[in-house]
Write a protein of this length. Structure first.
Lengths: 74, 135
């Protein structure tokens, strides 16, 4: 992993189209501003990972569970 | 035009190409799978979201009101751009359900958003207090 040190108001650029700016730092929190192409989705990493785990679990669902879900939600 | 696919749960399916739902970015965990189809099943509000390019991958989905009465999410501009959503009326929201033990878990933080006018879709990630609702 590339590690860079940046101060408030300084930025990094990734490729031609992505700019990440350090807006402010207070305590252990950093506020970032991100400029990226319209079609690129930006997520908080830990939320993305949670959804990914949920999706991996959910995709394995057995066909017999359909009736079980139907029963529970009705 | 129709295409035929082999699925783990439903055997061989022939589907109309017009019905294909395109996730340009895939979904987390399955970013390589872009094409899905919604299958009605057993006359309920539940549907199967079946991946076209991997017959093993399918999700049980339902409209939010099946899970909770109050489900309000804001669709941000980026997501609207990705969906090419012009009219909010075209937005269809589905929640992924799964079984955990004796309960049903609903992934409210990762709703599937479909633009019904062009069949483009995305899994949004919303920062909700309730990550998943157990029924």
């Amino acid at each position: 992993m590339l590690i860079l040190t940046r101060k408030e108001d300084e930025s990094i650029k990734i490729g031609d189209n992505i700019l990440i700016k350090v807006i402010s730092i207070s305590g252990n929190q950093v506020r970032l501003g991100i400029d990226a192409p319209k079609n690129s989705l930006i997520f908080r990493y830990e939320l993305y990972e949670k959804i990914k785990q949920e999706n991996l679990e959910s995709s394995k669902i057995d066909i017999t569970y359909f009736n079980k879900i139907k029963e529970i939600i009705k | 035009m129709s295409i035929t696919l082999n699925t783990a749960r439903f055997g061989e399916l022939t589907i109309d190409e017009d019905k294909i739902i395109l996730f340009p970015e895939g979904i987390p965990g399955f970013t390589e799978l872009k094409r899905y189809i919604l299958l009605d099943y057993k006359d309920t509000e539940l549907k199967w979201l079946q991946a076209i390019d991997d017959g093993d991958v399918a999700f049980i989905v339902a409209p939010p009101w099946v899970v909770t009465k109050n489900y309000n999410i804001t669709v941000d501009e980026k997501t609207k751009d990705l969906l090419e959503l012009i009219d909010e009326k075209d937005l269809c929201i589905l929640i992924i359900l799964r079984v955990e033990g004796e309960t049903v878990k609903a992934n409210l933080a990762g709703p599937i958003l479909i633009n019904s006018s062009n069949k483009k879709a995305v899994q949004a990630i919303v920062d909700l207090d309730i990550f998943s609702k157990i029924l």
